[in-house]
Design a protein around this ligand. Sequence first.
Ligand SMILES: [Zn+2]
Length: 682
Amino acid sequence: MTVDAVRWIASLLSRLPGSPFAGRKPALVIGRWGGGLVLFLLAVTLPVPAQVSSAANAGRLHVTHYDIRADLYPETHMLAAKVRVDFTPAVDLTSASFNLDSALKVKKVTDASGRAVTAQQDGLLLNLSFPASLAVGRPASITVEYGGALASEQGSPVEGLKLAYIGPEGSYLLYPSDWFPVYGDGLERFSASVTVSVPSGETVIASGRASAPVHDGDRLVYAFQYNRNSFPGTVIAGRYEIQPAVAAGADITLYLKPGHAGLAGSYGETAGKIVAFFSDKFGPLPESHLALVEIDNGTVGGYSAPGVVALASRGFSNPVNYQLLAHEISHQWWRCLVSPATLDDAFLDEGLATYAAAMYVEEAAGEGAFEDTMHEVEVDALTHEDVAPIAQADRLHPFTPEYESIVYKKGAMVFHMLRWVIGDGAFTQTLRNLAQQYAWKSVSTRQFEELAEQAGKQDLRYFFAQWVDSTGVPQFKRTWAVYRTQTGYQVVGKITQDLDIFRMPVDVRVYTEGRRPVDERVDMVGTTADFTINTVTRPQRVVIDPGSQILKYDDQTKIAVEMARGDQLVQQQAYLQAIEQYRKVLELNKNSSLAHYRIGEQFFRLHNYNAAMEEFRAALAGDLQPKWVEVWGHLMLGEIFDATGQRDRALNEYQRALQTNDDTQGALELANKYIQKPYTAG
Ligand SMILES: [Zn+2]
């Protein structure tokens, strides 16, 4: 994990409500980052973690079942656990390595006959040497006794990110935290029996069939049995308001923190609608019951375990953040039911979940909202598209902007393009077949490709070679001429782009005088394609890929991508690099108010008030896109004047802010506040 990744994570967490960074200056997060980004960050959910040991020992054994017994002591953050791992050696084994959160210390490891197994912890690795060789194919087991404090992100497999926590305000032990000895993170599917004791008054949530809790002195013991092969092993505990969802046809229970009980109705109803929509598209919900659970803000935005969807408190809002909720619920199919065969296949998990959430946006908010969502996905996909092909995701670190861009966003674009190439019906059929034929199993990209070929009744090797195995996106140019014919007009033209081995169907649209536009699909192979389109009335304009079906560069997208790269650098708190990056936007559009505004923000943050002022003035003199730049430009100028002791000039700017009557992100309220009491640099 790189330093940048850690900064990125720090920045995700810095957006939590209550953090000094998030609340201070809404201007810092508005614009593209206002609607889109907040959703995007909240949607940053757990990918399959890339682990040290998975590469080193992959495939040496297959884990089949866990028997987990855990005692949680919230007051002291302590965990005491005894875990039996059942597995089958894939080769003759004298040793094996598991992953274990390094904050947890192993006391004792024994084999099936009770003999001591030599255990040594090396960071996240738990290295075991068996007293005798374990024969290939013969079921074996080990029992590990261990414990320790889970109070912070120390020991987490994702540096700087807390994935397991035990405390009085609520505990969460997410599977990717490696809070129990894990082999082949995110890849090896298993069943589990989980028994957890907590102080009386706490509720425990985990995957599988729950027995009635049993009292043991002042403690309560919960037991869960999960019999399918998936990724159980996530445990959540705390004091909850428990409410069934009212939605018809869905068996959903909500576990909310006391302050959020009022959101049970809207979240239950929306979760019910999402389950109904996905069930219709993908096949029935894999689990008969779904628990929707609130966890603390100190971790990822969301995580999905079989039958359990956990969202951080910041994911519970009014109105409902349905894109985030849909993303997590879709993981019930795309991870819990069917999971990637290798880390290189990770887009079948996170890319498909990202696209499934967009499909729900289309269902809930219509075509326009869907197009906006996919445009944001496209821009984010292009920010790091050239770093690695989707099929080499294992090279990337989860939780980096590169991983987000390639696995989540370009991955989602692949499903979007596939749907267009093979058609809605064949696309839905592909996903249904995926859920049915690979239920409770893993799937490789090649196997998925075969399903798409069967449903689409066509060879799709070119498609997967282009978009999954390779990097590179086209930028289309076109030339055309118009000829009169006996019945009207003929448009004869040519599309060109630079990728030599490119092949895709491409839509061409001709806008004509007084009539509906005429569309034609052209099969493009290589760098050029010719088209001839007949129209009745005079042609006015020719547009390539009018529906934005293909991941591509055009002039507008280029500017948006350069902006998004700058925004990511701000997220990583690399402010000087961000300024350089935003200047690239100005090279493409020197009147970009947004780029000037963002540069001004970074200078302001660095207390370089002269430079900041120049940029905010340039923002106000630019194209004023988006509109909020005006109100916030004046506000920022006012703050600079206040910060430099020029109260009259500050008041003048606040008045001009008020005159815009634009209350984006509470701008007017802030202007009034500073008219009462000067801004002071904090
Ligand atoms: Zn996800």
